[in-house]
Design a protein around this ligand. Sequence first.
Ligand SMILES: Nc1nc2c(ncn2[C@@H]2O[C@H](COP(=O)(O)OP(=O)(O)OP(=O)(O)O)[C@@H](O)[C@H]2O)c(=O)[nH]1
Ligand SMILES: [Mg+2]
Length: 263
Amino acid sequence: MSKNAQFRAIKPSPSILSFVEDNLLGRRRLIELQRAGYNTQLPASLDNIPFSTSSVREKIEENVFRSKLEFFASAKVSTSFPHPQLPEIAFAGRSNVGKSSLLNALTRQWGVVWTSDKPGFTQTINFFKLAEKLSLVDLPGYGFAYAKEEVKDAWEELVKEYVSTRSSLRRVCLLIDTKWGMKPRDHELIELMERSRKPYQIVLTKTDTISSIDVARRAMQIQENLKLSKSLVEPVMMVSSKSGAGIRSLRTVLASIARFTKL
Ligand SMILES: Nc1nc2c(ncn2[C@@H]2O[C@H](COP(=O)(O)OP(=O)(O)OP(=O)(O)O)[C@@H](O)[C@H]2O)c(=O)[nH]1
Ligand SMILES: [Mg+2]
């Protein structure tokens, strides 16, 4: 069977299918979003309360994500990692997968984290904090095709060192582009997290680019692939920073890390 046919033969579980439907994930027609009660005039309209009568955005439900997002450190080498003070959530994944965009979408604070359509844009580990509650870390993407080999290796070493040694790191969100699925470099990082027993959670990004059934298939495929993994935190999360789909669900999951972990 071809890879494509194999993918199409995947039967997503009922829980994945209902998550996809409840969050209106996948490419959707405008009329469908409007019928579901979303104000499609708003940017990232699915990150709002359906049937809200307000013409502006409702406030973010999770307190911690309403705090001001502040950049506080940047590191190119491990000796410049800041002193670990807050529970930390890191965003890892291939270049261009949407890490920086997701940080912006979670906090709705556009412009604090820089995004770009040029792969390999984020070249250092950037540390942000939300009040004195939680630290969010934007990792440089790996697998960037155009950088010089030695530069690329240096980035990867930095990410690996961070993931395996950082004591305040509570979760790594491993972002995977829904359309393309997991690549060898993603597996390398997973092996490292398994070895260093770092809890990690998969976040499928750019779900607005493919059909909803394919989003569900991708989540199922990854869940099956990683079912023997010990450090994986379930479930597979699915988001679109563009439509706002799944963003509220991810905030809920991540806010509990701020609430329940002490350093
Ligand atoms: N359609 C769509 N495009 C997205 C989404 N999220 C990000 N993008 C686009 O993807 C490109 C890369 O986004 P970034 O957030 O800069 O990606 P990154 O993972 O931080 O990239 P590096 O810093 O190079 O590692 C930009 O052009 C974004 O506009 C999404 O949910 N949907
Ligand atoms: Mg980036």
